[in-house]
Design a protein around this ligand. Structure first.
Ligand SMILES: [Ca+2]
Length: 265
């Protein structure tokens, strides 16, 4: 029975893993996590950001807000100041207080990729206050580039922002960014968010359909370096700040799986 189960699983898995949804075949899977079990896979991920627990939003990131349960990675926010949080954070020159906590994970030092198809199936929390994201940054610490596969400001759950940030340095930073509008309520169900990154184009996907193409070769040239994955639940900042309507209980950023594919050579 066990053997039969293993065989069926293998057949199902090989059918499932023929390639990313919506793109042509001849891919090999180079990274995946389906978040089974009940702990974060430490061989694949580290907690918080590579540079620490704070970034350009109103939450201090702590491992206690990250868990793996029921086949999902679950990130939560908390309306409580962390004792180690600095007084302020900064977003686009704006000074913000940091009265909240949330969770983030990244793959720096554990998994990196240049070119490929990077995708995640995920669901974002509902209601005002949250800024969940799924994105990539260069291993060498430079910025730009940055590739944003998913950024949702949860007060409007019907749109996803995708972007390529590029340029020689932060002062000359530019971006090809776009709101993908009129999507279903992204807090109601899981959806697939993907990016197909090549030397010629960077295509963004939603549920297996291409929703944006960046074909600016000069911009894409700036991305030609190893990048790592980040998944974080931002609070406030770009999104409206939390208020009395914000739901903190059982309102999570959930990731069912993450897969990275590269073309067979
Ligand atoms: Ca899963």
């Amino acid at each position: 029975m066990k053997l039969l189960h293993a065989m069926v699983t293998m057949i199902l898995t090989s059918a499932l893993f023929a390639g990313p949804v919506g793109v042509e075949k001849d891919w090999k899977l180079v990274f995946d996590d389906d978040f089974s079990g009940n702990t974060l896979h430490q061989g694949k991920w580290s907690y918080n950001y590579p540079w620490g627990s704070m970034h350009n939003h109103m939450a201090y990131m702590d491992a206690s807000h990250v868990r793996v349960a029921d086949g999902k990675l679950v990130l939560r926010g908390l309306a409580e100041r962390h004792p180690k949080a600095k007084d302020t954070a900064k977003f686009n020159g704006k000074i913000l207080p940091v009265p909240y906590q949330a969770g983030a994970i990244h793959s720096k030092g554990k998994f990196e990729v240049t070119h490929g198809y990077i995708e995640a199936r995920l669901k974002v929390p509902r209601g005002r206050g949250f800024w969940p994201a799924f994105w990539l940054l260069p291993v060498d610490g430079s910025w730009p580039p940055e590739i944003d596969v998913m950024e949702i400001l949860t007060s409007n759950p019907h749109r996803n922002h995708v972007a390529l940030h590029y340029g020689k340095n932060w002062r000359e930073h530019r971006s090809h960014g776009q709101w993908i509008e009129k999507l279903p309520d992204l807090s109601a169900d899981f959806h697939d968010y993907g990016v197909h990154w090549t030397a010629e184009f960077i295509d963004f996907y939603f549920d297996g359909k291409r929703v944006k193409r960046v074909s600016d070769r000069a911009a894409i040239k700036h991305t030609e370096k190893p990048m790592f994955l980040l998944i974080n639940l931002g609070v406030g900042a770009w999104e409206k700040k939390p208020d009395a309507s914000t739901i903190w209980e059982k309102n999570y950023y959930e990731i069912d799986w993450i897969r990275v594919w590269q073309k067979k050579r």
